[in-house]
Design a protein around this ligand. Structure first.
Ligand SMILES: *Cc1c(COP(=O)(O)O)cnc(C)c1O
Length: 538
């Protein structure tokens, strides 16, 4: 990791000026609460935890600049100014590279007068992801929604309708989406809409990575498998609706995708006449990995890298709760006159109808005006290199401390989370995938230490419902997602010590049974469970 002197960590990128005190609870009290919530960790009250690694989604501490912007939020029904600020922030961040206009600043300080509106906010704009002025009315291509999954649902459900309406045959083939890895809500939304999903993660995610190379090298384990993608596209002409590249690859342990991989898969898709989209939730973190580890990018700025990444795609969905540093918001957009727009000429209007029907008028889409302002400001904060450097360094240091304590983690660590390798954790404990012992680990962690992590293995990925082939692709991990700007080294050290203590008594960690809701889609959010003590080995 970049630092000028060996053994000196990267400098901090921020300081705290507001703090939140934590409530203190005992293990007995937490055990009682666990029982009250049917041992579902999602249902455990956050206010009773010491460290919450459940998700980095919407849990970021915003910067003072974002709070300033938030105070200037406007809740008007038609065209609040957060709408214009967010749209132009998208153009700035995803298209303009280092030539950003940053119009939100004028709105924040209250100097946006009529001439500013006419010259900066209402100007016609086209051929990018965010049409402006009259072009956005004539060819709508950007859709604000409450969060990322709403963007997915809007896109996939509308797209299936359009495909089925246009189909010449009576029973057209099931449309397919190819990806380097579908996030759980993405997969569920696409499947619910009627798509078949094919996941082609580059092989080698679980391969050993030399510990001394952490922070020095990165193999971009989040890449899509180009050979499989090419094969599928040529063997199934006309069946693939889109290629969806998730950056960073949250299905594959938050591993980044390289620019070379993005460029190559975009070319494959183009040759096959298939639109390519990003699931862009952590675009800035992905850009940082490219700048640090990919040949030819060390001298390029983060905004330039982001600009190049997005130059290859026809559209994207994004949750602003991740790299937006915002607490709420999501967006779907597609390139004006790009391949997607060409293939589905009317889709902008269909998307807008559905957006208005389900979320709200297009200029807020279910997001409050103040959150739109916070997100607009946040997009500029997350592309700052010092922020990204300390962000990624914190996650890396967390992983290194675990490794130094003999705890196996998926290496190198990804962007927003550290993943414990639970096969290694329970290596001498004879736990089977449907014992759900990794869930047992997360329950013990809450009970004994007030720390919440997320099982991302046989339980969450529904091992028991999958085919033999699919089962082989399911990793056995527990995820510690690190919220942005929230935790200090003190929290990380406490967590490492707690994990180590549980590792030392791993034989006593209970297995877990599902007691209710086994068959609900995305069951991990709502089913009931109970720990079952496993017999200590003789
Ligand atoms: C979080 C996430 C989503 C969904 O976004 P929400 O805002 O939580 O609905 C989609 N894709 C990826 C990769 C994510 O990490």
């Amino acid at each position: 990791m970049a630092s000028s002197t060996p053994n000196v960590p990267v400098p901090p990128s921020h300081k705290s000026v507001v703090v939140r005190s934590l409530t203190s609870t005992t293990p007995e009290e937490r055990e009682r609460i666990l029982k009250d919530v049917e041992y579902n960790i999602f249902a455990f009250p956050a206010g009773l935890l010491t460290c919450d690694y459940l998700s980095d989604s919407g849990t970021s501490a915003m910067t003072d600049v974002q709070w300033a912007a938030l105070m200037r939020g406007d809740e008007s029904y038609g065209r609040n100014y957060g709408y214009y600020c967010l749209l132009d922030a998208f153009r700035d961040v995803f298209e303009r590279g280092d030539n950003q206009k940053r119009v939100f600043r004028e709105v924040v300080v209250g100097t946006a007068d009529i001439s500013f509106y006419r010259k900066k906010l209402l100007v016609p704009y086209q051929n990018g992801f965010v049409n402006g002025g009259l072009h956005q009315l004539e060819r709508p291509n950007v859709f604000i929604v409450p969060q990322g999954r709403c963007a997915e649902s809007l896109l996939f459900s509308t797209l299936v309708d359009v495909i089925m309406k246009e189909a010449q045959q009576e029973s057209p083939p099931t449309p397919v989406i190819l990806s380097n890895g579908f996030f759980d809500t993405t997969a569920a939304n696409a499947a619910e809409a009627g798509f078949e999903l094919q996941t082609f993660t580059q092989p080698g995610l679980g391969d050993l990575f030399p510990q001394d190379l952490i922070g020095k090298k990165n193999y971009f384990k989040g890449n899509i498998d180009l050979v499989e993608t090419e094969r599928y596209l040529s063997e199934h002409p006309g069946c693939v609706t889109m290629v969806l590249i998730t950056i960073t690859n949250n299905w594959a342990a938050a591993q980044p995708v390289s620019m070379a991989n993005i460029r190559s898969v975009a070319l494959l898709a183009k040759q096959a006449g298939v639109p390519i989209f990003f699931d862009a939730c952590r675009f800035a973190e992905n850009a940082y990995f490219i700048s640090e580890y990919e040949e030819g990018y060390s001298k390029r700025t983060i905004p330039e890298i982001v600009q190049e990444m997005f130059s290859y795609v026809d559209g994207f969905t994004i949750s602003l709760k991740k790299d937006g540093l915002a607490n709420m918001g999501g967006v779907l957009c597609f390139r004006d006159k790009g391949l997607f727009a060409e293939k589905y000429p009317d889709i902008g209007f269909r998307l807008k109808e559905r957006q208005i029907l389900t979320y709200g008028n297009d200029s807020y889409g279910g997001v409050s005006g103040r959150d739109l302002m916070a997100a607009a400001a946040g997009l500029y904060e997350v592309i700052k290199k010092p922020y990204l450097r300390s962000r990624i360094a914190q996650v890396q240091l967390f992983a290194e401390k675990l490794l130094a304590n003999g705890i196996a983690v998926l290496s190198p660590p990804g962007g927003h989370a550290v993943y414990l390798d639970m096969d290694m954790f329970f290596y001498d404990c004879d736990r089977k995938p449907d014992d759900f012992a990794s869930v047992g680990f997360t329950l013990e962690l809450i009970k004994d230490y007030g720390i919440r992590a997320f099982e991302s293995g046989s339980f969450a990925w529904e091992w028991d419902k999958k085919s033999l082939i699919e089962r082989q692709k399911i990793p056995n991990l527990v995820r510690f997602a690190v919220p942005r700007h929230v935790l200090s080294s003190e929290h990380i050290d406490y967590t490492v010590a707690a994990i180590k203590a549980l590792y030392n008594r791993r034989h006593m960690i209970p297995n877990v049974q599902i007691t209710r809701g086994e068959d609900i889609r995305l069951r991990h959010f709502q089913c009931g469970m109970k720990p079952v003590a496993c017999k200590p080995e003789s």
